[in-house]
Design a protein around this ligand. Structure first.
Ligand code: FAD
Ligand code: TPP
Ligand code: MG
Length: 583
């Protein structure tokens, strides 16, 4: 690393394109990147040693994109992934789409063949800007060294401004090798300004305030935008002042403290029954940084028909997309709420709050705490115990499937950025690499991976990355011997035709051992406490293979496309784990 690497940032200097790449990244505050080398990006790798940037070598480029994503979700900074051309670039695509669907700010850098042979089907050439056009917020093809700094600086601005999202910068090999004058300050893009049409009007604020004042049964629907905008305090102020209960989307969990008396829990397909009932009964929904995903609304035809709707959202494309609203306030959630709050006065919400509270009672009697230990190990118990033992202070990174839903129900998140999960794309294989990104961003935090036996195998190669980077990450594999969430759909909707869902897996403890990672299997609930303590106390990474009940299902469940109140409930004959109400 050169001692004067950052001098380039203040004094215009002639550098190669490769040097400009790293110097610009350093100037944008990047200290870690996740990547995998190859011919078309080799000039860039050759220059890396001169710059104060740590490179984490991944085992598959999909992992690099998920690591950048986990890094961004854990820290609020932009995550960076690097890959070579052709297969390196295409391997990034699932990770880019994952970040796109969940509005996460990452910048992906790919090398490409020299500009002279672009378009000739040259060795390892793909049109990655074409391929990623629909799954990036924006992308660039840079074929001149002098264009690099402005393109990269713009890429960072686009990734982090307004609605966050992934940006890809594809750099031809000759642009990396050529040289140009690097002037960091001059490459600064014009300041980000939302479209002037998108200003929040006084009349909109007044209408929203009036709807809130007059509502008898209001609810706040808090989503990922609460966390992305850093509007936790403002949402809390609104809820407390107007005495409005708060329901959260999967990606909103942690945006409002789980222990807060006004927190109702998660809404949607696997949300709490009382939350979905309350939404159907509400006379006002105040949607804050959430996009009325189909997993949240069931069918729009019957969604919250009694409610007027206020939508506070930074992206105008989301307004009236899935659900028609009465008042739209387009802008950054925190800024909009700061303008709205002075117009909100204290309300008495006790009658509605009592009604919602009473509807919890019916399910609370079947609380997991009160059920006998049948000798089996249930995934829900594991989540609950992990929450209890860690004091809820860990960053939990989940994969996709039943375990993801049980985590959302039974691990109670108090703080933003404490749950990292793929919601929109639902990408199996996300958890392990995203956790590597999260731990890299927040080395002082306790990080847990919670993955299914299926998804874990999709990116298990990244165990080597954990070892090479010496990261203390704890891994809980929720091993039910099935692609459990698909098996559940087969049980409910395909007459138990378990086609292609029973899953043979390696011995995960031995797999960990082969990587030099300690671990143990857990078969009964009685063993959970000691095993989790062992994992936490172990100085290095640790894997727990939880051999859980094979054919348990996640309840409640709203079948896809059904109405919110048409829930499948746990059968009376098997009342186990009905509710997350276990505080
Ligand atoms: C197996 C499975 C089951 C699922 N079941 C459920 C379920 O039961 N319940 C559930 O809720 N989800 C569920 N999901 C997740 C679901 O698919 C969606 O990903 C999720 O509901 C989206 O939440 P969101 O709208 O809060 O976040 P996002 O999709 O990230 O949307 C955030 C919104 O906030 C806006 N925004 C961003 N920044 C700002 C800002 N600064 N100011 C204002 N607005 C901003 C964005 O423009 C965007 O519209 C499930 C996923 C899987 C894989
Ligand atoms: C890459 C990818 N392929 C397929 C799916 C469809 N899918 C959703 S959940 C699931 C099963 C997950 O099984 P497992 O990882 O064992 O978790 P479990 O549901 O058993 O907890 C599948 C196949 C997906 N979400 N992602
Ligand atoms: Mg499974």
């Amino acid at each position: 690393m050169s001692t004067n690497a950052n001098a380039h940032l203040t004094t215009p200097t002639r550098l190669t394109g490769s040097e400009i790449l790293w110097a610009t990244l350093a100037g944008e505050g990047v200290t870690e990147v996740f990547g995998y080398p190859g011919g078309a990006i080799l000039p860039a790798y050759d220059a890396l040693r001169k710059f104060p940037i740590r490179h984490v070598l991944v085992r598959h480029e999909q992992g690099a994109a998920h690591m950048a994503d986990g890094y961004a979700r854990a820290s609020g900074k932009v995550g960076v992934a690097i890959a070579t051309s052709g297969p390196g670039a295409t391997n990034l695509v699932t990770g880019i789409a994952t970040a796109m669907l969940d509005s996460v700010s990452i910048v992906c850098i790919t090398g490409n063949v020299s500009s002279k042979v672009l378009g000739t089907d040259a060795f390892q050439e793909v049109d990655i800007t074409g391929i990623t056009l629909p799954v990036t917020k924006h992308n660039f093809l840079v074929n001149k060294a002098e264009d690099l700094a402005p393109a990269l600086r713009q890429a960072f601005q686009i990734a982090r401004s307004g609605r966050p999202g992934p940006v890809l910068v594809d750099i031809t090999k000759d642009a990396q090798q050529a040289s140009a004058l690097f002037d960091f300050a001059a490459a600064k893009p014009a300041p980000y300004r939302p479209h002037p049409m998108l200003r929040v009007e006084e009349s909109g604020l007044a209408d929203a305030a009036e709807l809130i004042r007059n509502a008898q049964r209001p609810m706040i629907l808090a989503g990922h935008g609460v966390i992305e905008s850093g509007a936790m305090e403002q949402v809390r102020a609104l809820a407390e002042r107007a005495q409005v209960p708060v329901a959260l989307t999967l990606l909103g969990l942690g945006g409002f403290p789980a222990s807060h008396p006004l927190n109702l829990g998660m809404m949607g397909m696997h949300g709490e029954a009382w939350v979905n009932h309350a939404i159907q009964e509400a006379d006002l929904l105040i949607a804050c940084g959430m996009r009325f995903d189909d997993r949240v609304i069931g069918t729009p035809a019957t969604y919250a028909l009694k409610a007027r709707k206020i939508h506070i959202e930074v992206d105008p494309a989301e307004i009236n997309k899935n659900i028609k609203v009465d008042v739209a306030l387009v802008g950054d959630l925190r800024e909009v709420l700061e303008q709205l709050l002075p117009r909100i006065s204290a309300r008495d919400g006790s009658k509605w709050l009592r009604t919602v509270e009473e509807s919890k009672g019916a399910v609370a009697v079947r609380d997991i705490k009160n059920l006998p230990d049948s000798g089996h190990l249930y995934a829900a118990h594991v989540m609950h115990d992990l929450w209890r033992i860690t004091g809820g202070n860990a960053i939990v990174v989940t994969d996709v499937g039943q375990h993801q839903m049980w985590e959302a129900q039974y691990f109670h998140h108090e703080k933003p950025r404490s749950l990292i999960t793929s919601g929109g794309l639902g990408t199996m294989g996300f958890a392990l690499p995203a956790a590597i990104g999260a731990k890299t961003a927040c080395p002082e935090k306790e990080v847990w991976v919670i993955a299914g036996d299926g998804g874990f195998q999709m990116t298990a190669a990244e165990l080597s990355t954990i070892v090479q980077e010496n990261l203390k990450i704890n891994i809980a594999v929720i091993n039910n011997g099935y692609l459990g969430m698909v098996r559940q759909w087969q049980e409910f909707f395909y007459e138990k035709n378990y086609e292609a869902t029973p899953l043979v897996s390696p011995d995960f403890v031995k797999l960990a051992d082969a990587h030099g990672i300690a671990g143990q299997a857990v078969r009964t609930r009685a063993e959970v406490d000691a095993a989790v303590a062992e994992a936490r106390n172990h100085p290095g990474p640790y894997l727990l293979n939880f051999l859980v009940e094979k054919e348990d299902s996640v309840y409640p469940m709203i079948p896809a496309g059904s109405s919110l109140h048409e829930m499948i409930r746990r059968p009376e004959s098997n009342p186990l784990v009905e509710t997350a109400e276990d505080k």
